[in-house]
Design a protein around this ligand. Structure first.
Ligand code: GLN
Length: 278
């Protein structure tokens, strides 16, 4: 039922967008490879074109993400980016009277993309941290993430200390990557472009464990027999939306819209749809 409501809302948004702005879709490029660029159909609608007016003229809000991070973002059966972040971005865009366009790329490419103006915002289950705050600005947080460890069932790794000397799979450029590289040494960390590839390497025995955020971890473990999440919290983090440093106009509009969407239950409803309370 909620899904239908969302589809209707998305359709209305798209229709409004078509009427107002001349026909762009909110479909992600048809792949999930590193550094993917926008499809040809979207030529001329890049965030850079809208850089001066995205937040003020009801133009296009271009979102960057890495769509291998369920339930925050993943490719649905129509090969479109779906999930919590896509729905929150759609709700924000609607509030701002903007059309939403989503670009899928490697997680590592997201901060450079927002810095360079290829995207206006990053919603990617992205954790706020000091290092990133030097490169981008973040909105208020909209969700919490916990770094956890996935191991094969029966693994000898039973807690965080057990990671010592093991080969750890991570998503390149994530906080999990940073923690593991710092705590266990670069030589023990294998970086993958996305969570799905890290999990595939774990299933193949190429790595001994994967450090990743808890909700994607639950999704991956549910979808891959023989894996389990250790009962340990490596780090607790806040997710927020990144914008280019100094883009205070957009930042303030997003924070205002987000406060309203929290207040009226929209954001809570979106999160609950994908992460039902246990
Ligand atoms: N929360 C983690 C980070 O920000 C991972 C995000 C992701 O892989 N999409 O680094």
């Amino acid at each position: 039922m909620k899904k239908i409501a969302f589809l209707l809302a998305a359709l209305m948004l798209l229709t409004a967008g078509l009427a107002g702005c001349g026909g762009k879709d909110n479909t992600a490029p048809d792949n999930s490879q590193a550094g993917t660029q926008e499809p040809a159909a979207d030529a001329g609608s890049s965030a850079a074109d809208d850089a001066d007016n995205t937040a003020s003229d009801g133009g296009t809000l271009v979102m960057g993400t890495n769509a291998a991070f369920p339930p925050y973002e993943f490719m649905d059966e129509n090969n479109e980016v779906a999930g919590i972040d896509a729905e929150i971005a759609a709700a924000l865009a609607e509030k701002l009277g903007m059309e939403l366009e989503i670009k899928d790329m490697a997680f590592e490419s997201l901060i450079p993309a927002v810095q360079g103006g290829a995207v206006d915002v990053v919603l990617a289950g992205m954790t706020v941290n000091e290092e990133r705050l030097e490169s981008v600005d973040f909105t208020e947080s909209y969700a919490t993430g916990i770094q956890v460890v996935i191991v094969p069932e029966g693994s000898e790794i039973v807690d965080i200390d057990g990671l010592d000397g093991k080969t750890i799979g991570v998503q390149s450029g994530t906080t999990g990557d940073t923690y593991c590289t710092g705590d266990y040494g670069q030589e023990n960390v294998k970086q993958f472009d996305n969570g799905a590839l890290a999990i595939a390497a774990l299933a193949n025995g190429q790595v001994d464990c994967v450090v990743i955020d808890n909700e994607p971890a639950k999704n991956y473990v549910a979808a891959n027999a023989g894996l389990q999440i250790l009962d340990t919290e490596y780090a607790v983090e806040d997710y927020a939306i990144a914008v280019a440093k100094g883009n205070t106009e957009l930042l303030e509009k997003l924070n205002t819209a987000m406060a309203e969407l929290k207040e009226d239950g929209t954001i809570g409803g979106i999160i609950e749809k994908y992460i039902p309370a246990e």
